[in-house]
Design a protein around this ligand. Structure first.
Ligand code: 1CP
Length: 353
């Protein structure tokens, strides 16, 4: 295996000292980049892009050519897992993800089974191997999946949702059936992530975008417990290095205290919780990743620099911070503004180490 030339991300995720704060950006490959839109058009549709390892590799590399980032993230989507479960994922122009066969009854849940991931998701592992080859040790590669709850909201609602009426109905009226659906997603996701590690992913992130839509007790049962099952089953060592695991429940707030106990290495934090508070909640037991509001990238270079300065100051001194946005970069952002953010982190972060 090629030697890793920049291991700042892996060190920071394990709370080891670094000379500056490493950074990457959620959705760093995506529609705000004109070169992404070009490849996406060439692929035809989003899933054809994900299923083509050369094109998925190309869009993964695009942000690294523009910016001094400390990680690459696999180009794929959290909804490849329910697609592998047979739900029929498709994207309608301008409408986001949809499923041909959503799971809306206990009878349909009873028919779900853990698929052979090497058969159904082999294109993702091919993409991971292709990206690792192309990276040639430049920076580490992050693999990822959605949390069972977040993936479950799309499986049950049939697409994006704001209120989650059908899955919340299941949680209230058939909680045991919902547990068993989430268990199948958790077991599939564990195999999926371990195969990503085997193919070359060097850190793992679990995206729980909708966990904080649940009240606390339901969060613990339907969101955190299935994530815990995944963490328990993950391969934590490969190529002679630890594979750090990052959990990100958007809007977690004080739930960060509960998340620490999963045994993850790091927690993603969005901008509704200051990093200073998050550090108190977690008692420096895990690394923290975040948390500038992506809306800041619409503002002037001065405002962006100030936002970076405030974020770094809020975490304060010491190891264990990975700079990121609090959620993904949006399609309307000017790529030059992202460069301002990246340069500011390089320039302003050494004083904290
Ligand atoms: O039109 C397009 O080109 C498709 C837009 C797009 C992109 C760029 C989708 C469809 N997925 C992705 C890539 C993607 N999705 C990545 C790539 C790696 C990177 O960060 O660069 C990742 C990590 C995701 C994860 C993802 N997909 C999440 C969790 C993180 C988050 O942003 O909250 C979720 C909720 C999804 C579902 C999804 N897939 C695509 C869209 C537009 C959505 C969101 C729909 C919704 O808001 O409900």
């Amino acid at each position: 295996m090629t030697e890793l030339k920049n291991d700042l991300l892996l060190k920071a995720l394990l709370r080891e000292p670094t000379e500056r704060t490493p950074l990457w950006i959620m959705r760093q490959a995506g529609r705000y980049l004109p070169e992404y839109r070009e490849v996406r058009a060439q692929a035809g549709d989003f899933m054809s892009l994900c299923r083509n390892p050369e094109l998925a590799c190309e869009v993964t590399m695009q942000p690294l050519r523009r910016y001094k980032l400390d990680a690459a993230i696999l180009f794929s989507d959290i909804l490849t897992v329910p697609d592998a479960l047979g739900l029929g994922l498709y994207f309608e122009a301008g409408e986001g993800p949809k499923f041909e066969r959503p799971v809306q009854s206990t009878a349909q849940i009873g028919k779900l089974a853990v698929p052979d991931v090497s058969e159904t998701l082999g294109y993702v592992f091919d993409a991971v191997r292709t990206i690792r080859r192309e990276l040639d040790g430049q920076v580490p590669l992050i693999g990822f999946a959605g949390s069972p709850w977040t993936v479950g909201t799309y499986m049950v609602e049939g697409g994006s949702s704001r209120e989650f009426p059908i899955i919340k109905g299941l949680a209230a009226e058939a909680p045991a059936a919902l547990d068993s659906m989430l268990d199948i997603v958790a077991r599939t996701t564990t195999e999926y992530l371990n195969a990503q590690v085997e193919a070359g992913a060097q850190a793992i992130m679990i995206f729980d975008t909708w966990g904080s839509a649940l009240e606390r007790d339901d969060y613990l049962r339907f969101s955190l417990a299935p994530m815990q099952k995944i963490v328990d089953g993950l391969t934590r060592q490969n190529e002679g290095r630890r594979i750090p695991v990052i959990l990100f429940t958007k809007g977690a707030g004080v739930l960060l205290k509960d998340m620490v106990a999963t045994g993850c290495d790091a927690l993603g934090v969005d901008w509704t919780t200051s990093l200073a508070d998050a550090r108190q909640y977690t008692g420096d037991k895990v690394a923290l990743q975040g948390n500038l509001d992506p809306a800041t990238l619409r503002e002037s270079p001065e405002v962006i620099r100030q936002g970076v300065a405030d974020t770094l100051a809020s975490y304060g001194k010491g190891p264990g911070h990975v700079f990121n946005l609090g959620h993904g970069v949006t399609p309307d952002i000017d790529p030059d503004h992202v460069a301002v953010l990246v340069d500011a982190v390089h320039e302003l972060s050494p004083q904290y180490h």
